[in-house]
Design a protein around this ligand. Structure first.
Ligand code: G3P
Length: 227
């Protein structure tokens, strides 16, 4: 499963990339707004951190298909071919997706709350579909289950361009692991969810005990590199 981070803060992206195996960065208009700078300046910095091979997800902001297509052309021209444009799964979005598919511009279906939205996006040529797990939970449904249903519905249909889910909007690491077990293609999560995957007092205690035992043997500050 691919692991992406859902943030535009360049310092945090650098930090997470240094410590964890990350495959890409996703943003949306709200995430970019938090940076308070020209979005292309921020996105180009992100591109320089993640390299040409890293997948970068950038959302079209308009609500009309033709304008979304125009935004998509600019986004890919500025940020490179490993940039995928996030298109909201609305009727205008589906119209934009059909234009982009014809032009060979890579895109994903985003703002997905229902299986039908996801399936239509895949049928329009979306490479990924992004269900919003936590936001679906907050509507009184089961976001993980809806994501599994979308996965099943699209996988069963077998569309050529479709690669898999890019599940988004997580509130905890358990939701991520449940989708990993189900075999979804990718998730995008906030940095604290990634750190939450391995943050545990029992782990810290075990490592501290190993250090104490070894230093008892070899002297404080010594390691296998220095004994
Ligand atoms: O980019 C869409 C998704 O990641 C939103 O997440 O946490 O704002 O629900 P959140």
């Amino acid at each position: 499963m691919k692991l992406c981070i859902d943030i535009a803060d360049v310092a945090q992206i650098r930090h997470i990339y240094e410590y964890f195996p990350v495959d890409g960065v996703s943003t949306n208009p709200s995430i970019l707004a938090k940076e308070g700078r020209n979005p292309y300046d921020v996105l180009k910095e992100i591109r320089s951190v993640i390299g040409e091979e890293g997948e970068l997800f950038v959302q079209a902001t308009a609500q009309k298909a033709e304008v979304m297509a125009e935004e998509s052309r600019r986004i890919v021209a500025e940020l490179g071919k490993t940039t995928l444009v996030k298109i909201p799964c609305t009727p205008e979005g589906f119209k934009a997706m059909k234009i982009l598919h014809q032009e060979g511009i890579r895109f994903i279906g985003t703002a997905v709350y229902t299986t039908m939205q996801g399936w239509l996006a895949a049928k329009c040529g979306a490479e990924y579909v992004a269900p919003y797990v936590n936001r679906i939970d907050n509507m009184g449904f089961d976001g993980v289950q809806v994501s599994k249903d979308i996965h099943d519905a699209i996988t069963g249909s077998g569309y050529d361009s479709y690669s898999g889910l890019l599940a988004a909007s997580f509130k905890n690491s358990q939701q991520v692991l449940e989708l990993a077990k189900y075999g979804v293609k990718a998730v995008t999560v906030a940095p604290d969810i990634i750190e939450g995957l391995v943050k545990n007092a029992a782990i810290d205690a075990a490592i501290d005990q190993f250090t104490a035992d070894f230093e008892g043997l070899a002297g404080v500050g010594n390691t296998m590199a220095t004994v």
